[in-house]
Design a protein around this ligand. Sequence first.
Ligand SMILES: [Zn+2]
Length: 352
Amino acid sequence: MISSTGGSGHPSRSRASRLTVRLAVLATTVALGAVGVAVSATPSSAAACNGYVGLTFDDGPTGSTGTLLNVLRANNVRATMFNVGQNVQGNPSAARAQVDAGMWIGNHSWNHAHMTSMGQSQMQSDLSQTNSAIQSATGVRPQLFRPPYGETNSTLQSVASSLGMRQVIWDVDSQDWNGASVSQIVSNAGRLQDGQVILMHDGIQNTRDAIPQIMANLNSRGLCPGMISPSTGRAVAPDGTPPTGTPTTPPTGTPTTPPAGGGCTATATYPNVWGDRYNTSVTVQGGSNWTVVVALTAPQRVNTTWNGTPSWDSSGYVMTMRSNGSGNTFGFTTMMNGNSSARPQIRSCTAS
Ligand SMILES: [Zn+2]
């Protein structure tokens, strides 16, 4: 689902381009003066949550980021901000304010170009430059990437993956970029289901004005604002634990079907273990074009991988890692999330 380009609802190029121009003007304006916001991280309410949804705000920071953050904080919302690199560079204090307000930061490209017309190296430099600006401003390296206009292809996805980012499109389009009224935005958000993600934008007053009603609707349905899992691209509880209803035992049954190929041997070691996470290093013998299936134990979650191209089953606990030309050893970092003893299981290894 999230590898699609968003279906019928995603912004047309012309409308979204106009929005980008408007936001660029706002960003230029705010670059002349710091955003007047001073807020601290506020955990989401501990009220009973039947599930989680991901509220996302694209194209910032803008001249009204501080106002947006005040509204979010007043409504006890943590959200994901997909920032444009040049806006961050022009206004690093606003990006810092996002993190200070408890928001998660994603990469939304350097200048909101149509990235599918780029070559691989251009994609790589665009996303790297954006990550550098975000990390410089906030100290946080993005683990999520949203392509401008929701336009993507396999090359762009693999470039994002090689930089440690999961691509995230959206399930629900608020239509705020398209002039939707407050009530229309609220109505669109009312379609959100557990685990889903909604597209909204920084810099639009109707969006800010809709937030109290959006939250009232979500609360009435037992849905809480969550973070977007870098492993699965789905909304989960803010601390990274699976939402209520997700099995807390390891998935059983048939593992992801491996592609045709010969057998190989995959050996895991754990070269680094910290208090909250550990690294796994897997060495494959028996071929250079390999696929290894690894199963995690809940609530552990992978947050970074390297030297391979990962994909995930719907549970988010079974990772299929494919060689990407980086050799025969790949690795990943796993967040323990309270389970410090479990280690990943190698389910299969195929190679050619
Ligand atoms: Zn955008």
